[in-house]
Write a protein that binds this ligand. Structure first.
Ligand code: AP5
Ligand code: ZN
Length: 215
């Protein structure tokens, strides 16, 4: 199963990815997590990406497509994968079509902008795994610690309110056109498209997504 999770920053893509990847035994491919790993390792790519990400802008399509193509060539992607935060521009989506990489389902998570700013201020992440928590809505078992490793949780540098607002603006301008792009593909029978109200409790959303994907 090849799935795309589409939605604005803070819609819950990373959160829902945890359930979907478990249910369908597929790896999560988060371009955001991959870029954050590169920043942590201090690679040339990481250095380039950091300034762009901290400003809430998008990393270039060429860099992202290079990362994704290398990742999906790996053995664990044979039975599918879950894209989280990719594609994010029409050229990225078109590159998948041009490379004959078909997608079984696109899941769009819908959350109003004003709710997103609130969510981001309480987000805490385990950088090494990408596991995501919220101090109120989805707290870890032990405050400030990852449930699995017990390591420290941190605040993402791009979660400052003004940066979140820039990211939302970028989403509406550059990523939202993908909604029509994939609805068109769905109308041609080339993928399935599910719009999900993601302004509900995490488990309710997860159950609905899994039910829709199982058809
Ligand atoms: P990326 O890491 O992809 O960030 P994003 O899309 O902005 O999304 P987030 O990770 O912020 O949110 P999410 O939807 O995963 O929500 P989460 O589950 O964490 O990208 C970061 C940057 O990298 C980009 O800005 C760009 O610069 C670059 N980049 C990445 N991919 C790129 C690409 N393809 N092309 C170009 N540039 C790229 O949830 C958020 C919070 O809400 C958490 O605290 C969570 O616990 C809580 N929460 C989740 N669900 C609920 C719920 N139902 N109710 C209440 N709280 C909830
Ligand atoms: Zn995420």
């Amino acid at each position: 199963m090849r799935i795309i999770l589409l939605g604005p920053p803070g819609a819950g893509k990373g959160t829902q990815a945890q359930t979907i990847t478990k249910e369908f035994s597929i790896p999560q491919i988060s371009t955001g997590d991959m870029l954050r790993a590169a920043i942590k390792e201090g690679t040339e790519l990481g250095k380039q990406a950091k300034a762009v990400m901290d400003a809430g802008k998008l990393v270039s399509d060429d860099i992202i497509l290079g990362l994704v193509k290398e990742r999906i060539a790996k053995e664990d992607c044979k039975n599918g994968f879950l894209f989280d935060g990719f594609p994010r521009t029409i050229p990225q989506a078109q590159a998948l079509v041009d490379a004959d990489i078909t997608i079984d389902a696109v899941v769009e998570l819908q959350v109003p902008d004003e709710k997103i700013v609130k969510r981001m201020s309480g987000r805490r992440v385990h950088l090494a795994s990408g596991r995501t928590y919220h101090i109120v809505y989805n707290p870890p078992k032990v405050e400030g610690k990852d449930d699995v490793t017990g390591e420290d949780l941190v605040i993402r540098p791009d979660d400052e309110e003004s940066t979140v607002r820039s990211r939302l603006e970028v989403y509406h301008k550059q990523t939202e056109p993908l909604v029509d792009f994939y609805k068109d593909l769905a109308a041609q029978g080339k993928t399935a498209y599910f719009a999900i109200d993601a302004d509900r409790p995490v488990e309710v959303i997860a159950n609905e997504i899994v039910a829709k994907l199982r058809g």
